[in-house]
Design a protein around this ligand. Structure first.
Ligand SMILES: Cc1cc2nc3c(=O)[nH]c(=O)nc-3n(C[C@H](O)[C@H](O)[C@H](O)COP(=O)(O)O)c2cc1C
Length: 168
């Protein structure tokens, strides 16, 4: 499978999750490209159309905010270019001491759903570093890959609930 991972990280936690996802797909023999959100230009955005699965990952900022770098990426990929992404998966890190834990993950899923892009599975929210629970991330990425192969798609409804649909 062709995989892309678009990630935005400031202090490295979300980057660590992206690295675990990348190595999980490498072990499966998949081809993986990885971009920092602030490095996604027209060429990188258009290339996502040829991927079987595109991951989007971000931390959550001040009171539940999705960072601007990731917002800009969604604006380019979805609104400006309307890239036909086949299936996406969304992950993020946050801190439970904040009221809106990992709210950026929900916002990314919302943007994708607005453009009709199906998710490969449930959203992944990790508290701080995944260092103490790498298997959670690895098993999640394996599930995403398996769902793509089996044609299992998920959609987020207006109340941010995940709806599962089997297409093949
Ligand atoms: C000023 C500030 C505001 C934050 N606000 C939130 C928040 O609203 N919700 C949340 O879940 N985490 C919040 N966090 C925690 C970060 O999202 C968390 O540390 C994350 O793992 C950082 O990811 P990174 O290492 O990839 O940059 C905040 C952190 C800082 C420093």
């Amino acid at each position: 499978m062709n995989i892309a991972i678009i990630c935005h990280s400031m202090s490295g936690n979300t980057e660590e999750v992206a690295t675990l996802i990348e190595s999980t797909h490498h072990h499966r023999g998949d081809h993986v490209v990885r971009y920092d959100a602030d490095r996604v230009g027209y060429r990188e955005a258009r290339s996502l159309a040829s991927c079987d699965l595109v991951y989007f990952g971000s931390y959550t900022w001040a009171d539940g905010i999705l960072p601007d770098e990731m917002k800009d990426t969604f604006r380019l990929v979805l609104k400006e270019l309307n890239v036909p992404i086949r299936q996406a998966a969304v992950f993020g890190t946050g801190d439970k001491m904040f009221v809106h834990f990992c709210r950026a993950v929900d916002e990314m899923a919302y943007h994708l759903s607005k453009y009709g892009i199906p998710l490969a599975g449930e959203l992944l929210k990790i508290e701080q570093s995944p260092r103490n629970q790498p298997f959670n991330v690895q098993h999640w990425a394996e599930r995403m890959a398996q769902n793509v192969e089996e044609g299992v798609m998920h959609h987020v409804d207006s109340e941010n609930q995940i709806i599962v649909a089997q297409t093949s």
